[in-house]
Design a protein around this ligand. Sequence first.
Ligand SMILES: [Zn+2]
Length: 337
Amino acid sequence: MQPPVSEARDSLEERYSRQVLFAGIGEEGQRRLLASSAVIVGCGAIGAAAAGLLVRAGVGRIRILDRDFVEPSNLQRQSLFDESDARDSLPKAAAAQHKLRAINSSIHIEGVVADLSPRNAEELLSGFDLLLDGTDNFETRLLVNDFAVHAARPWIYAAAVASYGVLLAIRPGQTACLACLLDSASNGHGLEETCDTVGVLGPVVNLIASLEVAEALKLISCDVWTGRFQSLRVGRNPTCRACARREFTYLSGESQPHITMCGRDSVQIHERSRSLDLEALRQRLTATVSDLRQNDFLLTFRVELYQMTVFADGRAILKGTKDPAVARSLYARYIGS
Ligand SMILES: [Zn+2]
C-alpha cells in the first residue's frame, strides 16, 4: 500500500533533515538539489564514491556512465562494489545502479554501460545540470571539457593518483577550463601517471570524491560556503583552444584513436558502430576458448595469455598486452573484422 502523500513528504524531510539544517543549503537548497540532475562520467574509485554521496544528498536525477567491469583489484578503493560484483564481472554502471537504487529509491538513478566517445557524447551528456569527472584518462576529460564548454554546462575535474589529488570546478565562460589548465602547465609532469602505474590510496580517492561532491552541492544549491581546501588558482587562457577559440577537437572526434590504453597492461578497441549478438558469439567460441562467461552486458573469455571482454556495442577490452597490433589481430580472429 502506498503511504499517504503527507507521510511520504514527512519521510523525505526526515531523510534530508541534517543537510537542510546546514545553513548553506536549507530548505531552498534542498529543493534545488531534488530538482537538479548530474551525470558522472566514469565509475571507478572517485566516480563510485561521488555517486554514493550525490545519491544520499538527494540530487534528483543521476546518470552513471562507465565502460568497464568490476575486478578484484578495484575492491581496495571502489566503495560501491563487492566480491560478488567482481566474481560476476558485472559492468560497473550496472552494479552501481543496483547499489545506488537501494540507497535512495526516491530519486531517478540510471547506469549506462558505454564508452564515451565523440559519437555518443551529445546523446549521453546532454540535458544534465552538471557533469562530474570519474574518469581515469585525459582523453575522456578533454572530451567532457569540450562538451561542457560547448554546451555551457559546469563540470568538475577530479583526479587522484598515489597519495595526492586534484580538483577543479569549471564554469565555462567564468573560470579557466581544463584546456586552459593543461596548456598552462609548464610541463606535463604528473599527468602521465595513473593509478595503474603508480598506485593510489583508498583514502585519497575518497577525499577527492568528497571534495568533488562538496563543489557539486555548492554549484547546484547556489551557495558559496568557503572551500578552504582550494589552493589551485588557474587563470583563463585568452587563446585557449576550447573556451576561447572554440575549437572542440575532442568533441568532433579529431583527437580520438581507435585503440586506447585502458589500465595496466590492457587496451580497448573502440566500438565499430555495430552491435554484437553475444549469445551467437558465445556459441561460436565455446569450442575454441577457455573460461567463457557471459552476463547480460558482456562476454569474457581467455585465449592464450590474454583475457578478452566483449561488450554488446562491439567494444572489447583486452588484458595481457599493451600492443595495439596484438589487440587488433585477436579482435579480428575471435570477434570479426
Ligand atoms: Zn579554456
